[in-house]
Design a binder for this molecule. Structure first.
Ligand code: ADP
Length: 497
């Protein structure tokens, strides 16, 4: 059944889904942005550190190229000036031809360097924050001691090293050295989104991994923006619901007008006034003529000819009165079709008509504490004039609601049921009002029969006329459990036996 309560629920449910979907999109976008930023920064870090380590190779190669070392008796060897040029190169050691390294790690590294024809690491200890790089060369081999932190070009660093939430490490053979602390509390936290970056430095001689890590917690999502979106949706929904309410009220008013309930009664009032006016004249003439005939017959001798004429005129006037009544009757029978010919009949679903009428009278029902039930799951397609059917159902519902005013609100109930029966489609309107008094039952469809204070008694007679005009009927009976039930029957439409 279509109720505004139901549609309002769907309306708000749809809004909640829209708000949630929008918030998810905003959150996703924020996460994607943060991930992209993280990856860009990590790639820059990798490039900067790669440039540094490649430079170490170049320095060692240059030292080897300058062999043999110029005679430096008395003066410090020129490579000893390197630390002042590159502060992160802590010291430069050399092994002269025929001499041996004092440290066996350097000897082993030189052997590897000679083998691989490139500088080699001398057993690094990353925890100490420094490492040694050896190049085998003849006659002199060189070793650099490099400070890990010192080699970072902080002025080109893409993140604020002190406050960035990204942790940056250098890793080698299970050892690691932290270059940037990041946010340890966030990194250790559960859930959220974890971004990671691992890549070898671009120098085979210094096979360190650059590792960058970041965790984005739930609290770092753009809640303000997500809240603003939800508020926007809620505002739009409230405005939309308001607009929808106004539209429904307007449509209802227009529909009521279309049904012409009020207009019809006004027209009937006018018709009644017109009827009185038009009948007044022939009835006055009938009265005058019959009184004259009475007088003429009482004379002695009676004036038979003149009396006959008077009676003939009375007969003519009576016929005129009958014509007036007949014409007005035809007008009432088929409103809008003055010739009394029924307008085109169309296929229509009785269940739909029931739902439409209930929807239209929703405010009336609510005011009276009645929740109408429409039991019309299967389509019952009949032929009829949609406006006339709407008018009949509307009248039956109004009558039921008015009848139920006389009973306790708690016991009120209204059920509309559709079904097929003997080649006809049926729509039953059953109420739990006081029912119809036995003496009223046979007179219910008479024009001007009413037990309602201020009632015109035209509703049911008009409904019956309309139903008969469509080849159907309207019947009333009392229900066993109390209350009245009115049944509208209309011929089933062709394709719906
Ligand atoms: P009105 O509503 O103006 O009285 P109607 O032709 O619609 O005219 O109804 C005629 C009479 O039928 C009502 O006065 C009332 O006595 C009776 N009636 C109609 N519907 C019901 C109903 N659902 N329950 C009891 N009586 C009804």
């Amino acid at each position: 059944m279509r109720t505004s309560g139901g549609s309002v629920r769907w309306w708000w449910l749809g809004g909640a889904v829209l708000a949630a979907a929008g918030a998810v999109v905003i959150a996703r976008q924020a996460i994607d942005d943060q991930r992209a930023l993280f990856e860009t920064d990590a790639r820059i870090v990798h490039r900067l550190l790669s440039q540094q380590v490649v430079q170490h190779d170049a320095i060692l190669d240059t030292l080897a190229l300058l062999q043999p070392a110029p005679d430096t008796s008395g003066a410090a060897a020129p490579e000893q000036r390197l630390p002042s040029l590159y502060p992160h190169i802590l010291s430069v050691q050399r092994r002269e031809r025929g001499a041996a390294w004092s440290d066996p790690d350097l000897t082993a590294a030189e052997q590897r360097s000679a083998q691989d024809r490139r500088p080699a690491l001398a057993r690094p200890d990353l925890a100490s924050g420094r490492y040694r790089l050896v190049l085998a060369a003849q006659p002199t081999a060189y070793a650099l001691t490099i400070d890990l932190r010192g080699m970072v070009p902080w002025d080109e660093w893409p993140m604020p090293a002190d406050s960035s939430p990204v942790r940056v490490l250098l890793e080698h053979a299970g050892q690691r050295h932290e270059l940037q602390r990041g946010d340890p509390a966030a990194l250790a936290g559960p859930g959220g989104w974890r971004f990671e970056f691992h890549k070898h430095l671009a120098a085979a001689s210094q096979p360190f991994d650059v590792v960058a890590e970041r965790r984005l917690g739930w609290s770092q999502l753009p809640w303000g923006l997500m809240g603003a979106w939800s508020a926007l949706v809620a505002t739009a929904l409230t405005l939309g619901a308001q607009w929808q309410r106004q539209r429904t009220a307007r449509q209802r008013a227009e529909e009521l007008l279309r049904l012409g309930q009020v207009a019809r009664l006004n027209t009937l009032g006018e018709l009644a006034a017109g009827m009185a006016h038009e009948l007044n004249q022939p009835l006055t003439a009938v009265l005058a003529n019959t009184q004259a005939a009475q007088r003429l017959l009482a004379e002695d001798p009676p004036e038979l000819d003149t009396a006959r004429q008077a009676m003939a005129q009375a007969v003519d006037q009576s016929r005129r009165a009958a014509e007036v009544v007949g014409r007005l009757r035809r007008t009432v029978e088929r409103p809008g079709t003055p010739d009394g010919v029924s307008s085109a009949l169309l296929p229509l679903d009785l269940g739909e008509a029931a739902r439409r009428a209930v929807h239209l009278l929703e405010p009336e029902c609510r005011r009276r504490g009645v929740a109408p039930q429409v039991q019309a799951d299967a389509v019952v397609a009949v032929t009829g004039d949609p406006v006339a059917v709407d008018q009949i159902v509307h009248n039956l519902l109004m009558n039921a609601l008015q009848a139920m005013d006389a009973v306790d609100p708690a016991t009120r109930a209204l059920t509309l049921t559709t079904r097929r029966e003997g080649g006809m489609g049926e729509l039953g309107v059953a109420d739990r009002g006081p029912g119809i008094a036995a003496e009223a039952l046979p007179r219910l469809f008479e024009p001007f029969f009413s037990t309602r204070e201020g009632g015109l008694g035209l509703g049911l007679s008009l409904c019956e006329t309309l139903a008969q005009g469509m080849g159907g009927s309207l019947a009333a009976t009392n229900q066993a459990g109390g209350g009245a039930v009115f049944t509208l029957r209309l011929p089933l439409s062709g394709g719906n036996p």
